[in-house]
Ligand binder design. Structure first.
Ligand code: AMP
Length: 351
């Protein structure tokens, strides 16, 4: 168990790390973070920020020497960086990143555990893309296998003609058949060092242009009926990876049941509502898990919860939300406002 006053290292410098560090401070821990150059908003709540490239061996060693345990807040941290941290002191284990960073590996891994992803085919050339669009049909979605987030690295292929006209990026790709879903939801769990697992309620997620815009509870009958099967898969994934910390699996709710979309080996935007809406937030439970502390309860505390992301210039009027009762503003403190950038979120509760 990590003693009070111990130091937690966070790989990544974004808002997820910032909210993790706020929970760690509450529990009496210190945080330092490591991230390449950028708008690293974790810095406001960390004792120190190492601004270095992911492959700077000397800087990584200096960072590791100051940490009692290490975790990450960003799923595109190179696996080699996590492997440079001391074995047994990084949670989750780097194998979780290795599995989740490549969409093809991730789908095969989940299929082996009995999960059902959208129909997919590997694409390494134009001929592969045409074959995939032919076999799986259009519309479909072409995605980069690595480094995608918030809808980036994705192209909707509406017809065979789109497939012929697209300039293919020179990276490994995957083509997915379009899932005619009724709704989207995520399963968020925390797994402790002793293997105990707790789940939060699954919110209904709404996306626009591939970016999460809102998560709401209750999620409705259709999702509620599918959560049990989805949780079973998430539990198997967590156990198979001997996972420690918060893990997220995203699903499409369809008439044929839950279809696995993707997993994130980290705290997740669709779990931000847990800060005010659950007995213990995803951030606090992630810190508890990586520190080897007992996990907290995950019960929902309100009749309804609405978490809305503040994207781009919307942040300018964000303080207006404070006039609404039981409404909680989180401004990530990002200096650069960009279209499509997650700047903050607001959670509104009805108790
Ligand atoms: P992803 O980054 O893969 O989670 O994709 C972002 C969003 O795009 C998802 O949450 C869906 O709204 C949509 N999407 C992704 N893949 C598919 C698919 N195969 N079928 C239908 N919609 C999809």
């Amino acid at each position: 168990m990590l003693k009070r006053g111990g130091t937690i290292g966070i790989l990544g410098g974004g808002q997820l790390g910032r909210m993790m560090a706020m929970s760690a401070a509450q529990l009496g821990y210190r945080c330092i973070a490591y991230a390449p150059e950028g708008d690293n908003v974790v810095s406001g709540v960390c004792e120190d920020l190492f601004v270095n490239k992911w492959d700077d061996k000397a800087a990584l060693a200096a960072f590791a020497a100051r940490c009692d345990v290490v975790t990450w807040e960003f799923e595109n941290v190179p696996v080699a960086t996590t492997r440079a941290m001391p074995e047994g002191r990084i949670f989750p284990h780097p194998r979780a990143l290795e599995t989740a960073q490549d969409r093809l590996n991730e789908k095969r891994f989940v299929e082996d555990l009995g999960g059902r992803p959208a129909a997919y085919m590997r694409v390494d050339s134009r001929a592969d893309l045409e074959a995939a669009a032919d076999r799986l049909g259009a519309p479909g979605i072409l995605k980069t296998r690595r480094d995608g987030y918030d809808g980036k690295g994705q192209w909707r292929i509406g017809s065979d003609r789109d497939a012929q006209g697209l300039r293919l990026p020179d990276v490994p790709l995957i083509y997915e058949g379009f899932v005619e879903f009724e709704a989207e939801f995520s399963v968020i769990l925390v797994r402790g060092r002793d293997g105990e697992i707790r789940f939060w309620d699954s919110a209904r997620n709404t996306h626009e242009d591939g970016i999460l815009t809102a998560s709401t509870l209750p999620s409705g009958d259709l999702i509620e009926a599918q959560v049990g099967e989805a949780r079973e898969l998430a539990r198997q994934v967590a156990d198979a990876l001997e996972y420690v910390g918060v893990l997220t699996l995203e699903f499409f709710a369809t008439r044929e049941g839950p279809i696995f979309n993707e997993m994130a080996p980290r705290v997740h935007n669709s779990g931000h509502w847990t800060i005010e809406g659950a007995t213990t937030s995803q951030f606090e439970n992630h810190i508890r898990a990586v520190a080897g502390l007992p996990l907290g309860e995950t019960a929902t505390l309100a009749r309804t919860v609405t978490m809305t992301n503040i994207i781009g210039a919307g942040i300018k009027a964000s303080q207006d939300h404070l006039k609404t009762p039981d409404t909680h503003l989180h401004d990530y403190g990002k200096a650069r406002v960009r279209e499509g950038r997650k700047m903050g979120h607001v959670t509104q509760l009805e108790r």
